[in-house]
Design a protein around this ligand. Structure first.
Ligand code: B3K
Ligand code: ZN
Length: 859
């Protein structure tokens, strides 16, 4: 496959100011007539040839300016038409078979309805078109189909006309006044019902809001609707962004490759980010819905009104929009807990990417298949990079920068550079060196060491950015570090400072301490770095109990465990006394967390979560996942046994809190299951009893799923009983059956490999639904079972990739990364992982998606 390079960008030779589409809808055959008004781009290369991209379609006819045109030709998948003048109208007829479209890109059928997914390059599977984000057009859409099959007909913008045809057909016309790139086009036709509401914008306009679902699901859309209204209001207040159409439609579909899609005025969602009620959705599901609804809504400005010039600029819209949805969720719930969760996701998903064979800068330099670059790096690290700008200039000046960005680039296809420049100009900052964050991959490592002499604490900071594929040498980056020094005696600090590390190394001094203070650094996770603060256990214990920055407190707790476990796993801790002391310190810190009356339960729940196995493995150049798992489980078991009474009491206290969506009730549910997790390791019989109690008493999915998760990991006959009861209770509810699959695939049970094998043959399992595939196999790529001795886990994932690739390459390619970690794993497993990658690579007819990921992983 060809490699596309950022530096090769060229302006389009032809622009397409207007697009008129006419769809004759059918599940197995849809006819598409596209009329493109094209105009030679004065800034283009002047070529008379109009090049239109296609993918898996053939042209039935091509006409130019109304007359049939014979002089078109194909160049691979592209259609070429030579045009004599400056402006023309090109009309092309194509046919597609939506029911056969298992890739779920372009126009496809899902449960008898038709829907589209065009980002990044799906529009070319519907009709021939430049299909690049810097070609913006005004769209007019007409569609017709049988009324019985497709009673609801939706597209972008506003519905301008509708009517009945002959033989039970009907039609609708839609017009979107805002110029948009083809990736934001959408069409939906099906038997749907709406939850309708309205929102009045800051300037007093009324917007109609609809969430379209299958009949019977309406009652599960209220949380999503509330999230939508909250987002609309928040974006007016926090970023000065008002909605710009009279209608905002959301449609939920059950076959979807990712979370959701921000098509102009017609967002299409995975059902999992819309449908919720207490009986079927966990608190985490509720938060996910709120965050994704907000994210897609926020794209209306950051993505749609200002879009991307080319796909290398993806983080321009994604990084910024993730930051916007994070800030929104921080404002809607607990700021501290949201920040901790976001850092946990970054460390679990993005840090491994940045240190592996698929590492890329947030603005990549090249790709073979752009679908492979919708990554935690582009999204989450992209958000962290923009968050750092905000931290350095402060929220008010940052807002001046974003205002300028929207003013300057409204209606344009912009670049990451445009964004940085707007923040620079609007906020009045110099972001010269800061731009390296866009160009360099890899997580910077910062070492912080404090010396203390004669009342002066001197902190020495040193940074290194590790080499990544294609980038052997790195330049120092700009690293904003929020820092505070604590008086050991009073437990207070003297106020926070922002220290900005720009050089490879620097020193800062703080005078006037009677004794050596305790250093709290990278507070709030002000920079997305790997920090080595070399802190003594006593200092971490101090910070875990006293730090007034909630993230720093969480981090101290994590670090306490990381240092202990890595000491054990890495063989540094040889003497038993040292091991015991480390464990005791963690035990005391956890006991303090369980008992601290000043903590709210949501935060307590965060502080109780042990660092994950992937994050632990990240700390070592080469890790033995089996040993990491055993040591981590061993610590958990010891803690569970030591703190057994406190954990039982915690579970009891939390169980008395009635269901509700308040922070208090949610916190209670969180610590309830956390308590069970420790007890399951340290006192399995007690845990099994309590889990069954919790399961039977549950009046909500959070408690039920938490209890079942714990039971699924235990060797108790009740495991089967409750799993069967759960399946029976929720038979037919796809989203809950997904949970049933992932609970088993991600469980701590020793025979999970066999369970997954059996589940892959379960009548409810199918390779054609991405949610179902992910629910079984993504959960399974969690370290414990995936790395099972003998390589069976690796084989199963490789088998999955080979089987799924011809059906849905985008989803198949997502499973390569776990195998791609082979260089960081001990030699025996490493060889087995590599062998599986080679087996995949040798499979004939591999998609571009999977080929790129596999070849890079081996390279
Ligand atoms: N922009 C879409 C992602 C499209 C992914 C295409 N492979 C969802 C989002 O980030 O909002
Ligand atoms: Zn997005």
């Amino acid at each position: 496959p060809a490699t596309i390079r950022r530096e090769d960008y060229q302006q389009p030779a032809w622009l397409v100011p207007e697009v008129a589409l006419d769809f004759a809808l059918g599940l197995e055959a849809t006819r598409v007539e596209a009329r493109l008004s094209v105009a030679r781009n004065p800034a283009g290369n002047g070529s008379p040839t109009l090049r239109l991209a296609g993918d898996g379609i053939t042209a039935e006819s091509v006409a130019v300016d109304g007359a049939p045109h014979g002089a078109w030709k194909m160049d691979g998948p592209d259609l070429l038409v030579d045009l004599p003048g400056e402006v023309h109208e090109v009309t092309i007829v194509t046919w597609t078979n939506p029911a056969a479209n298992s890739q779920l890109m372009g126009l496809y059928a899902s449960n008898g309805m038709l829907c589209t997914q065009c980002e990044a390059e799906g529009f070319r599977r519907i009709t021939f078109h430049p299909d690049r984000p810097d070609v913006l057009s005004i769209y007019r859409v007409r569609m017709s189909g049988t009324k019985a099959q497709f009673p609801v007909l939706l597209s972008n913008g506003n519905c301008t006309a509708r009517g009945e045809g002959a033989d039970g057909t009907h039609w609708a016309e839609w017009y979107d006044p805002w110029p948009k790139p083809s990736y934001l086009f959408a069409l939906v036709a099906g038997d749907l019902v709406a939850n309708h509401d309205t929102f009045t914008t800051i300037s007093g306009r009324t917007v109609d809001l609809n969430i379209w679902v299958r009949d019977g699901d309406q009652d599960r859309t209220h949380h999503a609707m509330q999230a939508l209204k909250d987002s609309m209001k928040w974006d007016e207040e926090a970023f000065g962004r008002e909605y710009d159409l009279d209608l905002f439609n959301i449609v939920a579909v059950s076959d979807f490759n990712m979370g959701a899609m921000e098509n102009k005025g017609l967002n299409v969602f995975n059902t999992r980010y819309i449908l919720a009620d207490p009986d079927t959705a966990t608190d985490m599901d509720y938060d996910g819905i709120e965050g994704v609804v907000a994210h897609e809504y926020f794209h209306n400005w950051s993505g749609n009104r200002v879009t991307c010039r080319d796909w290398f600029q993806l983080s321009l819209k994604e990084g910024f929009t993730v930051l916007r949805d994070q800030l929104f969720s921080q404002d809607m719930g607990s700021e501290a807990v949201k920040r901790i969760e976001d850092v946990r996701i970054l460390r679990a998903a993005q840090f491994p990417e940045d240190s592996g064979p698929l590492a890329h800068p947030i603005r990549p330099d090249s790709y073979q298949e752009i679908s492979n670059f919708y990554t935690a790096t582009v999204y989450n690290k992209g958000a962290e990079v923009i968050r750092m700008m905000r931290t350095m200039v402060g929220p008010e000046r940052f807002r001046k920068g974003t205002d300028l960005y929207f003013d300057r680039h409204d209606g344009e296809a912009a670049t990451c550079e445009d964004f940085v420049k707007a923040i620079e100009d609007g906020a009045g900052a110099d972001l010269g060196q800061f731009r390296r964050w866009y160009a360099q991959a890899g997580t910077p490592r910062v070492e912080a060491r404090m010396d203390f002499a004669e009342g002066v604490a001197t902190v020495t900071l040193t940074q290194t950015v590790p080499p990544t594929p294609g980038q052997p040498g790195k330049q120092p980056v700009v690293i904003p570090l929020r820092l505070a020094l604590f008086d050991r005696a009073s437990g207070a600090n003297r106020g926070e400072e922002l220290v900005v590390l720009r050089e490879p190394s620097m020193q800062v001094s703080f005078a006037g301490f009677a004794e050596r203070p305790v250093l709290s650094i990278n507070r709030g996770f002000s920079a997305p770095i790997a920090l080595d603060a070399g802190q003594a256990t006593a200092d971490l214990v101090f910070l875990a109990a006293h730090d007034d920055d909630p993230f720093a407190r969480y981090e101290a707790m994590q670090q306490l465990v990381v240092q202990h476990l890595i000491g054990l796993v890495g063989g540094a801790m040889l003497c038993q006394a040292e091991r015991d002391a480390g464990r005791e310190a963690i035990g005391r810190a956890l006991e303090a967390v369980i008992g601290d009356p000043a903590l709210d339960d949501l935060m307590r729940g965060e502080l109780m979560i042990l660092p994950g196995e992937t994050y632990l493995a990240e700390q070592l150049a080469v890790a033995d996942p089996g040993v990491i798992h055993e040591e981590r489980e061993g610590l958990k078991a010891w803690l569970g046994a030591q703190l057994r009474d406190q954990l039982i009491a915690l579970h009891e206290r939390a169980s008395a809190v009635p269901y509700g969506l308040s922070a208090e009730a949610r916190g209670a549910r969180k610590i309830k299951t956390q308590a069970l997790v420790y007890l399951a390791a340290g006192a399995p019989e007690v845990a099994a009893d309590l889990a069954v109690q919790q399961y039977d008493a549950a009046d909500n999915m959070t408690d039920r799923q938490g209890a079942l998760m714990v039971l699924a990991g235990l060797d108790t006959p009740l495991r089967e009983v409750k799993l069967a009861a759960f399946h029976q209770r929720y038979a037919g509810n796809a989203l809950v059956i997904d949970k049933w699959f992932s609970l088993q695939a991600g469980s701590l049970h020793p025979r999970v490999v066999d369970h997954v094998k059996a589940l892959s043959g379960h009548p409810d399992f199918t390779l054609t639904n991405p949610n179902r595939v992910r629910s079984l196999y993504m959960a399974f790529t969690a370290p414990h079972a995936f790395h099972a001795q003998g390589g069976e886990g690796y084989r199963m994932i490789a088998d999955l990739i080979v089987a799924l690739d011809p059906i849905n390459p985008q989803t198949a390619a997502r499973f390569v990364a776990p195998l791609g970690r082979w260089r960081r794993v001990e030699p025996m497993r490493s060889a087995l992982m590599r062998a599986e990658l080679e087996r995949i690579a040798a499979t004939p007819g591999l998609s571009k998606d999977t080929f790129e990921q596999v070849s890079k992983s081996l390279g």
